[in-house]
Design a protein around this ligand. Structure first.
Ligand code: ADP
Length: 551
């Protein structure tokens, strides 16, 4: 029997219409580096998104399904592109401006982007790439920057503001199939070649509702969210869409992502919530310690993308910014879990331990653990296996390229269609995920697993340590053993023996797991999205570039 309910497709244009009409006075506030930040209301974003769609269709000939790429910072123009492109039926392709240039060119060609909207400040990155970007016919430049860099380009060059000027301020958004492509984003390639994940209108709509739930980020129109996580990184964790549903103001840092300007915008604009990866927060913490500011408005911070070190969570708690730890990946839109402790532990000693987990699965995400032999493992908080997930905002395949079938590599998808995350962890009986490692980073020592993440967290809790990364290195006797690479604070005196006994103290780390290989490095190499790049460390070790001590 069919239901009697209306079948209204879940479309990005509906989110746009709602936000720009019912929350028309909410604002996107873009930091400009000097003077007052630029403020644009949701109502203006709505009319300008309509103008952008007219320009793309009438002046540039963009058709349904055409890919329109953005090479942009987080700012109001980028929010307009976020809504205009999918709403008109085209596909928004956000480009990660931190990728190595060869990868960026590969991705543009693979996605067959016809148009690139670029911030003027990023022309030095785009211009030298242009001869290699075959499918790109049009370049649209927004904001300040040296246009002469594009002299001689074979693609047509347009000014963003000139394209919008005089265009109608409303657009008759098409009634699309909610399962059609709305946006795409390539994974950052931490674990291999970039892979294209294509989000649907439906997946983005449902994911936005999840982001808004009280047990996720739970923001309202009284809030302002500082969106540090880039719009090119999994749709800025869904925040631009979620905020248009509820009228949350957005504070966008544009290119001012250094700790100093971030601290200043928190002080001046007074956001109540912020979202970023741990590396950004480490930098901000050091800045606030050196030069205290008024950060009293900021009471909620979402941290994800890599594990939040306990020391960082503790330090932010002391500043009055409550950290909520979340886990996800490009393939999961990204919200997969968020660590809001269950009511019965709030105020007890267990609360902090719950907050340090990756968090609880929401209703839209089903999870299971698979052991090394393919067996299902129980949710007992102890059995560690690879996490597999499924749900309406979880990828079921990767983009295969123009006209090609979607890709379903066996190491990424189970035969029954679940996403294999490549993350190893445990799940408690009440559904809280604790990641112990990535499948490829775990150290396999004499048939047992050592978690590199656990060692790193324990090391980073030492007062002399700024950062630490632990990687598996080959060992004749044990197969693999951990190598600890440590960044010391300026003027720090700790030596390896002291660090090793710090790890062993109070049984924090079992004796057989303690590293015997140690090295000091200047900084942990990072991927384009700020995660520890252990590939680089493993290579440096293999090529003898690290000065390793044995203790
Ligand atoms: P990439 O795989 O290219 O780094 P993603 O940004 O999609 O791109 O990264 C997803 C991965 O990041 C997850 O599979 C997981 O390993 C890691 N990750 C994300 N959030 C957390 C977290 N809170 N704790 C630990 N690891 C995390």
């Amino acid at each position: 029997m069919l239901s009697t309910m209306q079948d209204v497709p879940l479309l990005i244009s509906r989110i746009l219409n709602h936000g720009s009409a019912l929350h028309g006075t909410s604002q996107v506030i873009t930091w400009t580096g000097e003077g007052e930040p630029e403020r644009r209301s949701f109502a203006e974003i709505g009319t300008r998104a309509a103008q952008l769609a007219h320009a793309l269709r009438e002046d540039l000939g963009v058709e349904s399904d055409d890919r329109v790429a953005t090479l942009m910072w987080n700012n109001a123009d980028h929010v307009e592109a976020y809504f205009a492109i999918p709403s008109m039926g085209a596909v928004l392709h956000t480009l990660n401006l931190r990728l190595p240039v060869e990868q960026l060119a590969w991705i543009v060609n693979h996605a067959a982007d016809r148009v690139v909207i670029v911030n003027g400040s990023l022309l030095p990155l785009l211009a030298p790439l242009l001869p290699h970007l075959k499918p790109v016919e049009h370049i649209v430049v927004s904001g300040p920057g040296d246009r002469s860099l594009l002299d001689g380009a074979s693609a047509q060059v347009h000014e963003y503001e000139e394209l919008l000027a005089g265009k109608p301020t409303a657009y008759d958004w098409p009634e699309l199939d909610e399962r059609s492509a709305a946006a795409m984003c390539y994974t950052s390639g931490t674990t291999g070649d970039p892979k294209g994940v294509v989000f649907s209108h439906r997946s983005i709509y449902l994911h936005s509702m999840q982001v808004n739930m009280a047990q996720s980020m739970g923001l309202t129109d009284e809030d302002t969210t500082l969106i540090v996580v880039p719009q090119f990184h999994v749709n800025a964790w869904g925040l631009p869409h979620a905020t248009f549903m509820t009228g949350v103001n957005m504070l966008m840092p544009d290119r001012f992502l250094q700790p100093g300007p971030l601290a200043e915008m928190i002080d001046k604009v007074r956001p109540t919530h912020a979202a970023a990866v741990p590396t950004i927060w480490q930098g901000l913490l050091a800045e606030l310690t050196a030069r205290p500011r008024d950060v009293s408005a900021l009471t909620q911070v979402t941290i994800g993308g890599s594990a939040c070190p306990p020391a960082l969570m503790g330090a932010f708690d002391k500043l009055g910014m409550r950290v909520y730890h979340a886990w996800g990946m490009t393939e999961t839109s990204p919200l997969g879990t968020i660590a809001r402790p269950p009511a019965h532990v709030v105020g007890t000693e267990q609360e902090f331990a719950y907050r340090l987990t990756q968090g609880r699965f929401p209703a839209g995400v089903e999870a299971r653990l698979t052991g090394p032999g393919g067996e299902r493992l129980p949710w007992d908080g102890e059995s560690a296996g690879e996490l597999e997930v499924r749900g309406p905002w979880i990828a079921g395949a990767y983009y295969g390229g123009e006209g090609a079938e979607p890709l379903r590599p066996a190491d990424k998808f189970s035969e029954d269609g679940w996403l294999k995350t490549g993350d190893v962890g445990t799940i408690s009986p009440d559904g809280f995920l604790t990641l112990t490692d990535r499948a490829k980073d775990v150290i396999k020592s004499g048939g047992e697993w050592i978690s590199s993440v656990e060692l790193e967290n324990a090391l980073m809790a030492h007062p002399d340590v700024t950062e630490a990364a632990v990687v598996a290195v080959p060992d004749e006797k044990w197969g693999e053993r951990p190598l600890a690479t440590v960044v010391l604070k300026e003027g720090a005196t700790a030596d390896f023996a002291a660090l090793r006994s710090f790890l062993a103290d109070e049984g924090k780390i079992a004796k057989w797991q303690l590293p015997e290989r140690w090295t000091i490095i200047e900084a942990v190499p990072k991927t384009s999205v700020g995660k520890f790049d252990k590939k680089v460390l493993r290579r440096q070790y293999a090529e003898g570039e690290l000065d390793v001590s044995q203790i």
